[in-house]
Design a protein around this ligand. Structure first.
Ligand code: TYD
Ligand code: MG
Length: 456
């Protein structure tokens, strides 16, 4: 019988110590240590499970490449985020806030795979079979190749995976399953780490693809600690506002593809549907509601250009301190832009409330949105309408200069594709000669942009 050992583990970062500590020396969190007793667990994937014995070091040229087999999820936006489909034998983590739609997309994916004749085992550790069935009916998923297994015990889960040998296993969620090898409760750092390690072993040795769902905690960490991220082959983050319909799938780690891809979905009564042309959707209402204080920017989600509308509202404040509210853009970015506008073009808003909003419920975090935000604010203050056929892109520096942005050609092409006649871009950006059908206006300072963009 293996010796039973006790240790204290920080539930935030996974730091281990022999005795209890009030504050974690690693991450500085207070009161995060929990005692965990291990009954001689293997503590990781056994090397012999993964590699044949005595593999000598080889020259790069001597290594034979396995051909990567990818299985399409049947959802093109999801495939694109995965780098072209699920790689056989890989372990993928889908992370996101509770209620964002993780179970929904994976049940839809299961349905699509079954339609291709694959077998899928859906381990439901959080919901009962009838709840899953209800959801499946709502989503129109029905197949005899889809097996639902409500279970939280890892040993039983593993037994059934090995017996059934499905093409894909979905574990919903990693926080709800536990292994009897460890005595701490489900959801603790050691349980999550151990279960994930074991799943990795099962995936690699049997060449079965596994997708694991992980809830993001209040602090925004995956599974509380970030312990899972480095173990798995790919981490896909599911983002969006629970109360709005858009959802973004973002790849944040991918051993088999690039990490800058995003997929955009819309949540509806029949589950998630792909948004093939997101810019069109975000701009649907734009032309009809042209008012002062609204501009169109070309933001870049990963490598994908996206046109979104930014609105600003500026009004006299009834309060001693004016309010600054931002929705969909970083507030500190808005404050910086306001400071630059005051100092560089003399726009004094110290007695005015300022609201900035991104239409469509998506988050625009990149600095390339600066100029669009600034012009939305300026046009609102001056009560002029921004030229509705002009898109804008550019970062604003502290001295009021417009700074270059990345992926400029893609952004310009997207604007042109959606019928924009002009685009205002930073002076220092080099533009490819292939760009046609849209007038490219280069600006060095905010004032130049104002002159170029406001319709008379
Ligand atoms: P769910 O996939 O259960 O979220 P998660 O697994 O990430 O916790 O989805 C939860 C939300 O999605 C729920 O609030 C209801 C909504 N929803 C729809 O709007 N349409 C649908 O067809 C389904 C299945 C869910
Ligand atoms: Mg769920």
């Amino acid at each position: 019988m293996a010796k039973v050992k006790s240790k204290y583990v920080c539930q935030n970062c996974g730091y281990e110590t022999a005795g209890y500590l009030g504050k974690c020396p690693e991450c500085g969190t207070w009161g995060s240590f929990v005692e965990e007793v291990s009954g001689g667990s293997p503590g990781g994937i056994k090397q012999e499970d993964l590699l044949p014995d005595n593999t000598p070091p080889l020259r790069l040229s001597e290594i034979k490449m396995d051909t990567e087999i990818r299985v399409s999820t049947g959802i093109s936006e999801f495939d694109r985020v995965l780098g072209g489909g699920i790689v056989q034998g890989s372990l993928v983590l889908i992370a996101g806030d509770p209620g964002i739609g993780k179970s929904t997309i994976l049940l839809q994916t299961s349905g699509e795979l079954c339609r291709q004749g694959k077998n899928v085992l859906y381990i439901s550790a959080e919901e009962s079979s009838s709840q899953i069935k209800l959801r499946a009916e709502r989503l129109g998923v029905q197949s005899d190749n889809l097996y639902i297994y409500p279970q939280t015990n890892f040993e039983l889960i593993k037994k059934h995976i090995l017996e059934m040998r499905p093409d894909l296993v979905i574990v919903d969620s990693i926080q709800a399953i536990y292994t009897s090898m460890i005595q701490s409760s489900a959801g603790s750092v050691s349980q999550i780490r151990e279960c994930c390690n074991e799943l990795m072993g099962v995936a690699k040795t049997n060449n079965i693809s596994v997708i694991v769902i992980g809830h993001v905690t209040k602090e925004g960490n995956i599974a509380g600690p970030k312990v899972l991220e480095h173990m798995v082959d790919a981490v896909i983050q599911f983002e969006g506002d629970k109360y709005k319909t858009y959802r973004i799938l973002r790849s944040i780690k991918n051993r088999f593809g690039n990490t800058s891809e995003v997929g955009i979905f819309e949540m509806g009564a029949k589950g998630l549907s792909e948004v093939i042309n997101p810019s069109e959707l975000f701009l649907k209402e734009y032309n009809q509601t042209q008012t002062p204080g609204s501009t169109i920017i070309v933001t870049s989600e990963g490598t994908r250009p996206l046109l979104v509308e930014i609105q600003a509202l500026v009004g006299t404040t009834p309060y001693p301190a004016p309010r600054r509210v931002s929705n969909g853009v970083d507030l500190s970015r808005v404050l910086q832009i306001l400071a630059v506008l005051e100092k560089r073009i003399g726009l004094n808003l110290s007695k005015q409330d300022v609201y900035v909003n991104v239409i469509g419920g998506i988050d625009v975090s990149e600095p390339a949105a600066d100029l669009g935000i600034a012009l939305a604010i300026i046009t609102c203050v001056r009560d002029v309408v921004f030229d509705s056929h002009t898109a804008i892109v550019g970062e604003i520096g502290l001295s009021g200069e417009i700074r270059a942005v990345n992926h400029i050609d893609k952004r310009i092409n997207e604007a042109q594709k959606l019928g924009f006649k002009k685009i205002i871009i930073p002076y220092s950006n080099e533009v490819s000669e292939d760009i046609k059908g849209i007038e490219v206006i280069k600006v060095k300072k905010i004032v130049d942009a104002i002159f170029k963009a406001v319709s008379k």
